[in-house]
Design a protein. Structure first.
Length: 380
């Protein structure tokens, strides 16, 4: 069976569409009739004294169901793929819904960048089309249509190197390319998300100040979450596009519970999942490597010491190699990916394990291959 990936495309139905009238009658019945009756039925069962169980058990059931039912009116209205299909007619898309009053045909406005994907899901009974969800925009009258597509998973190519990605305190994310042809070389160092760092710090400060004074802090919380979400998506796209352009794989750290919950500028786990998902969609190899000692190990001589790193700068106490601390972390992550030290159960794809002599030493002579001159300069 062919492996597939799920992709959600957001389209809209115009508010003056003729087929929307029939569709909205069923949407209103779902929101105004079905959901309230479900709430009443659940409350009736919870309050029934003939059901003899411990009060704590009833309270837990009541708590869980009440939380779900409270948010149920805000949930989208789902349509199974057997109740909906998309038609491509003269370059325009029309979506057909099966309702109790008959078939509702609505014009579907799809962003241009998703036209090629929607064309693959056109036709009645097409297995590419998954579930469709409707969400009403009460402010402007549009109906948002979230279409789930099941697309074939692209095959990953054989990487020429690995792009190590380090999520740090000082920068949102840092990436660098490591290759071993003919000897170990580092190139293309990049700092991602520079434009978001100041904005996120400012929003966190404003949120803290407004929350202390008891003022309207929810709007700042909303802006902060949206900014972080946008920053994660932008950084993930930059990393994957860089790896695809260089025909390389992406290597990131295996996150522990402590590293996942630390107060970084952007959530590390969300960034890792975003990069992994994009790699699967684009056919880019992805690998997770152990995170131990990546920030305090010298990529030139391999000496590890806590004193090597001093905040934003890295200086090896043994060989004197100097570089930016986040760049060094990304270099060590890329080295571990080249060395094949990642757990194969986590890895799943990418380069085969490589002999240690090939990784550390050049083919001619026995000296350690030094990084590029651009990374030894004091300012980066």
């Amino acid at each position: 069976m062919e492996e597939t990936i799920k992709l959600t495309v957001r389209a809209v139905i115009p508010p003056r569409d003729l087929g929307l009238r029939k569709l909205m009658r069923e949407y209103t019945a779902y929101k105004k009739v079905l959901i309230p009756k479900i709430k009443q039925a659940v409350r009736r069962v919870i309050k029934d004294k003939s059901i003899r169980v411990y009060a704590q058990q009833k309270w837990m059931v009541d708590k869980k169901l009440s939380e779900y039912l409270k948010n149920l009116p805000f949930h989208p209205m789902p349509f199974h793929n057997q109740s909906v299909w998309i038609e491509d007619k003269d370059g325009k898309f029309w979506i057909h819904f099966k309702t109790k009053e008959g078939e509702a045909i609505c014009y579907l406005h799809v962003p241009l960048k998703y036209h090629s994907l929607i064309e693959q899901a056109c036709g009645e009974g097409n297995p590419t089309l998954g579930q469709v969800e409707l969400v009403e925009d009460k402010k402007y009258g549009w109906v948002n249509c979230h279409i789930c597509l099941r697309l074939p998973k692209p095959k990953s190519y054989e990487p020429k190197g690995w792009v190590g990605v380090d999520v740090g305190w000082n920068k949102l994310a840092t990436s660098i390319l490591a290759t071993t042809n003919p000897h170990l070389t580092f190139s293309n160092p990049t700092f991602h998300g520079k434009q978001f760092k100041t904005r996120i710090i400012q929003l966190r400060y404003l949120l803290k100040q407004y929350a202390r004074k008891g003022k309207a802090w929810k709007k700042w919380d909303f802006r902060l979450k949206n900014t972080i979400k946008y920053a994660v998506g932008t950084v993930a796209k930059e990393i994957v596009s860089k790896a695809k352009r260089l025909k390389a794989g992406v290597a990131m750290e295996i996150l522990t519970f402590k590293s996942t919950t630390k107060g970084y500028i952007i959530p590390r786990y969300k960034l890792m999942i975003a990069v992994k998902t994009l790699c699967e969609r684009e056919g880019v190899p992805f690998k997770l490597v152990p995170a131990q000692y990546t920030s305090i190990t010298c990529p030139k001589c391999g000496y590890a010491d806590d004193e090597n790193r001093n905040n934003e700068r890295f200086k090896c106490l043994k060989c004197g190699y100097k570089a930016d601390a986040d760049i060094v972390g990304a270099m060590n992550i890329a080295l571990k990916a080249l060395d094949g030290t990642a757990d194969e159960a986590v890895n799943g794809m990418g380069l085969a394990p490589m002999p240690k002599t090939l990784r550390l030493y050049a083919e001619r002579g026995g000296h350690v291959a030094s990084p590029l001159r651009a990374m030894t300069d004091d300012p980066l």
